[in-house]
Write a protein that binds this ligand. Structure first.
Ligand code: NAP
Length: 316
């Protein structure tokens, strides 16, 4: 008999039939609440909250196979209490997300949105030596908050652009330092020395709201803030005010605290590049993410260890 599983309906087009062999799939659209029932596994999108209530109404659940590397949509304490394994999709999305981070850095530094608007709006009056002058990257300082897989990939790309790299993370990254010349600094130095501050730490109680009116006020005048991590690291209204007042040079954002809503003041703020959470959105990466999520389900339901556990790596 096939194993009953819930899979996000939006992943249907990314999965091949053989990846679903042995599974009796109920496709669950993102706008539908998590149902009650005897499903053994769920593959949710990051927009689905998997808290104590949701886990309780799936009493036979053995695994939450999140289709994302971040898992702040899962109450891991509640999952652990119920002996439900939680997995994510690390590594396969590192390059795509690092590339998108660089898209934002370059778009901010070279005022891409203003330039496109000028041309599309028919207001371009021809080449001018002082038209849309941006920030030269060579010799400037890139600060990475979080230097795990994605933070390091962003840093490695920075070498080509001639940037000095500093980073703050809980542990030292010696290989990364050796390869890129990056220097580990404390949070205070990261704030005050970065010309570009790029966020790559997960959303946790320690990191939520770490970019706020106080920390924005300590950043270099004219600095660029980039966030491809999680939206709730940034207090959106405070960021909008820093942009309105001209203290911050620009902000490039892929993620927001209350997606898909964006604080109206931030949506209207000047010098922003606002993307709709597409960090990992390449054909290859999204297929790989879906494949890993389902492979984790297959492994656990076959009594094997999950491939990429967040915790609960041994099958109960
Ligand atoms: P990772 O390899 O786990 O790296 C996370 C980094 O954050 C590590 O360097 C970690 O330090 C650091 N960190 C954690 N808590 C910290 C704290 N309190 N202070 C300072 N540093 C802290 O994760 P990843 O694969 O690079 O992914 C990073 C995040 O990107 C994910 O959590 C996810 O939310 C986000 N993401 C977004 C998209 C998108 O579509 N925009 C795509 C993929 C990922 P240690 O190494 O010292 O523990």
């Amino acid at each position: 008999m096939n194993s009953p599983v819930l899979v996000a309906a939006e992943l249907k087009g990314l999965l091949e039939p053989d990846q679903l062999a042995g599974l009796d799939v109920t496709w669950l659209p993102a706008d539908q609440a998590t149902p009650k029932g005897d499903w053994l596994a769920i593959v949710p999108l990051l927009s689905r909250w998997m808290g104590g209530t949701e886990l309780k109404q799936l009493p036979k659940l053995r695994i939450v196979a999140n289709c994302a590397v971040g898992y702040d949509n899962v109450d891991v304490v509640a999952a652990e209490m119920r002996k439900v394994i939680v997995t994510n999709t690390p590594n396969v999305l590192t390059d795509a997300t690092a590339d998108l981070t660089w898209t934002l850095i370059l778009a901010c530094a070279r005022r891409l949105v203003e330039a496109i608007d000028l041309v599309r709006g028919g207001r371009w009056a021809g080449w001018h030596p002082e038209l849309l002058l941006g920030v030269e990257l060579r010799g400037r300082t890139l600060g990475l908050f979080g230097a795990g897989r994605i933070g390091q990939a962003v840093g490695r790309r920075a070498v080509t652009f001639g940037l000095r790299i500093i980073y703050a993370a809980r542990t030292a990254k010696t290989d990364f330092q050796r390869d890129t010349g990056a220097e580990r600094v404390d949070w205070s130095r990261l704030l005050t020395e970065s010309d570009i501050l790029s966020l790559h730490a997960p959303s946790t109680p320690e990191t939520k709201g770490i970019i706020n009116s106080d920390t924005l006020g300590r950043m270099k005048p004219g600095a660029i803030l980039v966030n491809t991590a999680r939206g709730d690291l940034v207090r959106e209204e405070a960021l909008a005010i820093a942009l309105e007042e001209g203290r911050l040079g620009a902000a490039g954002l892929d993620v927001y605290a209350d997606e898909p809503a964006i604080h109206p003041r931030l949506r209207a703020a000047p010098r922003t590049v606002l993307l709709p959470h597409i960090g990992s959105a390449t054909h290859d990466t999204r297929r790989k993410m879906a494949a890993i999520a389902v492979a984790n389900v297959q492994a656990v339901l076959q009594g094997k260890a999950p491939l990429t556990p967040v915790f609960g790596g041994t099958v109960p």
